[in-house]
Design a protein around this ligand. Structure first.
Ligand SMILES: CCCCCCCCCCCCCCCCCCCCCCCC(=O)SCCNC(=O)CCNC(=O)[C@H](O)C(C)(C)COP(=O)(O)OP(=O)(O)OC[C@H]1O[C@@H](n2cnc3c(N)ncnc32)[C@H](O)[C@@H]1OP(=O)(O)O
Ligand code: FAD
Length: 664
């Protein structure tokens, strides 16, 4: 029935102030007001329609994305939107586009690695979109191993230019988003060579296409790399291939904040660490963590609303069948994902703070927190994107057969989201970076250097190696210090075990390769500890609103105890807890799920997503699922005619032939 709220009875069960929770989720009343206004602006404008993407061919799909990008910019200018508003608008348009790489990587690369003069020259052009840029680092042969890139950038002192060249097939740039068809410029990463000497990988601003006719400039071969996973999905993006044949650029187009080449061809390093060349990746990894909570919450919102609508089995005495959300198995799969969405939101907030703090320090030439920023962004990017990808797929299964329909919104969400496990650093490669940081921290413990930040607990390693959990009854697991103690002990013990094993190798690099699986597990344990501890920290803040803080405490306990249960082998084998304490944690989890149950719909309503943004019949706010699914089926192009194209041509003759054969 149109206009009826089929989930009203669920909404009435909520025991907390949903509007207050919306503010906590958004980050502030101001952020909620902006996101609410921007999401409604997009939802009410037919130009941003997106329900037909899965049906469109690549060319039409891509053309549509270009139209939306140009229209979005027009609206941003007409409405004089602030950067915050524009950024929200972009996320509600909800379509990967070349603009993501322009604003998300090209502009930050110039900001982070350019000198004052370079910022003055290039930023206004980029910010007014008079040029469009992308981030061309990855090559056909190397993505993870940035030091292995093959593109050469050789200084020619005769002309005061760099000559960029792709010496092999594998040195072709491969993957950069926005490169394939649209970018006029790129920040290109290649090996800097002066006077025959290789100085490793550096970034350069390179014009690729003419600003007059958009044709590739001489010496440049460029195009799209082809269709990717899923219909619609990431195919709105023109990931590209690019080859250089001795292309010349002026010397001042090398990004020279970290190091520079003089007119005479001398290579000069500044006091800034070499790793700042990787700074754009740190920035984007940080944004990816916040985006993980958005993607996961979206899937969870769909699965939760549908689980309240869907009924199977259990009709007794004239009562309706049971809502599937009441099955304990459904709760045990769904509610940890709901808790994870909130956990990732808060760790994302914290990471943004950490990143801003590092940037402020860098301005003052304080580079001391760079390793911590690298390890946290790498580790949390890895942890949250893997969990979110798996979580979206779990939400699809939680919706049964209907979850497999494109109109559930889940297949496309998964297809768009899953490459986050690979781009901006393969998730295993990034966890190995965290492991290096942990091993270095442990190796420095004896030197009197006190570990700080997220590895501060390593300073108490001796105590953590001995500690025993004092949990005696299930409710004891609600105590944040019991949870933190167990997670710290597990993380410390796994890292120390790796460090001990590593010390048995005469060649540490060999040892690192041999033990890499254990190191990844240690890094994961450390990252889970960060998420748990930042959730607990969040709960130390003043959180207004009836029942809001109490529910967040429930979600925090679910996040922690679910992982304790899932990784029980870790906690038991490192001796941090006993098997009895493990089963008490599981008892407590069941009780926590019961506390979430009446509040489940309220908790997903607090995300404040419009139906346009969710783009899911199963996740509709009003829960009016069946009539809309039925209506939607008839919109499929296959149903435009009763007899499909191809039937007369192929099937009719086949049927006739078979009938003839039968009569013979
Ligand atoms: C008109 C007005 C309009 C206004 C409109 C406004 C609109 C606003 C809209 C906003 C839109 C914003 C959109 C944002 C969305 C962005 C979407 C982006 C989509 C992303 C697409 C994907 C892009 C990519 O994938 S780019 C390519 C990414 N590639 C990788 O990640 C490669 C991974 N590999 C590596 O990072 C490295 O090679 C690594 C780290 C694995 C190994 O490197 P290396 O071999 O050099 O290092 P090591 O020897 O291991 O270590 C040396 C040393 O360095 C330290 N270190 C390594 N990395 C870093 C680092 N990044 N930072 C700091 N330190 C680092 C390492 O720890 C070692 O330290 P030691 O102390 O020496 O041990
Ligand atoms: C959708 C999408 C968009 C992208 N956009 C851009 C872009 O805009 N600009 C850009 O420059 N790049 C972009 N990329 C490239 C992306 O950054 C790389 O694909 C990514 O960094 C992974 O590198 P790779 O492909 O070389 O993977 P590989 O390193 O080849 O990974 C293959 C396998 O090897 C394993 N492996 C690799 N090294 C190690 C190791 N040391 N130890 C253990 N296991 C290892 C990995 O875990 C993985 O299982 C994009 C990629 C995708 C999919």
């Amino acid at each position: 029935m149109e206009g009826v709220d089929h989930l009203a009875f669920e909404r009435n069960k909520a025991q907390f102030d949903v509007d207050a929770m919306k503010i906590v989720w958004a980050g502030s009343s101001h952020a909620l007001e902006v996101s609410d206004r921007m999401s409604r602006l997009v939802a009410s404008d037919p130009a941003f329609r997106k329900d037909n993407r899965a049906m469109l061919g690549r060319k039409e799909l891509f053309k549509n994305t270009l139209r939306k990008a140009a229209y979005a910019l027009k609206r941003i200018i007409e409405l004089r939107l602030s950067e915050e508003e524009a950024s929200m608008l972009r996320s509600f348009v909800d379509e990967p586009a070349f603009t993501d790489l322009h604003w998300g990587m090209f502009v930050p690369a110039i900001k982070g690695q350019g000198t004052e003069e370079q910022l003055k020259k290039w930023l206004p052009l980029a910010q007014k979109m008079q040029i469009i840029g992308c981030y061309a680092q990855t090559e056909l042969g190397h993505g993870s191993n940035v030091q292995g890139l093959e593109t050469t950038v050789t200084f020619d002192p005769k002309t005061d230019e760099f000559v960029i060249h792709s010496p092999t097939l594998t040195s072709s740039k491969w993957w950069p988003g926005g490169l394939g068809k649209i970018s006029t410029h790129a920040v290109v990463y290649g090996r800097l060579i002066t006077d025959g000497q290789d100085h490793g990988v550096h970034g350069f601003i390179v014009q690729l296409r003419s600003l007059d006719d958009h044709l590739p400039l001489p010496g440049i071969t460029v195009g799209d790399i082809g269709m990717k996973f899923g219909n619609g999905a990431y195919n709105t993006m023109d990931n590209g291939v690019l080859r250089f044949d001795h292309v010349r650029i002026p010397r001042d187009q090398m990004l020279m904040r970290v190091s520079r080449v003089t007119r005479e061809g001398k290579y000069v390093q500044s006091n800034v660490p070499r790793q700042l060349v990787y700074g754009t990746m740190v920035y984007v990894r940080q944004t990816i963590v916040s985006d993980a909570s958005t993607a996961l919450s979206r899937a969870v919102c769909i699965a939760t609303r549908y689980s309240a609508v869907r009924r199977q089995f259990g009709a007794t005495g004239g009562n309706p069948e049971s809502q599937v959300i009441d099955y304990k198995t459904q709760q045990a799969r769904l509610f940890p994902l709901l808790a994870s969405a909130y956990a990732f939101r808060f760790v994302g907030e914290w990471l943004k703070w950490l990143y801003t703090d590092v940037m402020t320090r860098l301005q003052a030439n304080d580079f001391s927190t760079l390793p911590e920023a690298h390890a946290c962004t790498a580790g949390l990017k890895s942890l949250t994107t893997s969990a979110t990808s798996d979580g979206i797929e779990e939400c699809r299964k939680l919706c049964g057969g209907h979850g497999y329909l494109c109109s559930s919104g889940l297949p496309e969400l998964f297809a768009v989201y899953v490459p986050t496990c690979t781009y901006e650093g393969d998730n295993i490669v990034l966890l190995l970076q965290v492991a290096r940081h942990l091993m270095k921290t442990i190796s420095q413990l004896g030197s009197g250097k006190k570990p700080v930040g997220t590895v501060a607990y390593m300073g108490r390693v001796e105590q953590l190696m001995e500690s025993r959990s004092d949990v005696q009854k299930a409710e004891d697991w609600l105590n944040p210090s019991a949870v933190l103690g167990a997670f710290e002990a597990r993380a410390a013990r796994k890292s120390v075990a790796c460090a001990k094993n590593l010390s048995k190798f005469s060649n540490p690099e060999e040892g690192f390769l041999e033990l890499s699986n254990d190191l990844v597990e240690a890094a994961r344990a450390h990252c889970q500890l960060i998420v748990v501890s930042k959730f607990i920290d969040k709960l130390q803040q003043d959180i207004p609103g009836k029942g809001v803080k109490q529910l967040l405490e429930v979600l925090c306990s679910i996040y922690a105890l679910f992982h304790l249960h899932k990784h029980l082998g870790d906690f038991l084998s490192t001796g941090c807890i006993t098997s009895k304490q493990g089963s008490l944690a599981n008892d407590q989890l069941r009780s926590l799920y019961s506390q979430v149950r009446p509040n489940a719909i309220g908790l997903v309503d607090a995300f404040n997503y419009t139906d346009h943004y969710l783009s899911s019949i199963l996740g509709r706010y009003d829960g009016n699922v069946y009539p809309k699914l039925y209506e939607e089926a008839w919109k499929d192009p296959l149903n435009d005619s009763v007899i499909p194209d191809g039937f007369q041509e192929y099937i009719r003759p086949m049927l006739k032939q078979q009938l003839r054969n039968a009569r013979l």
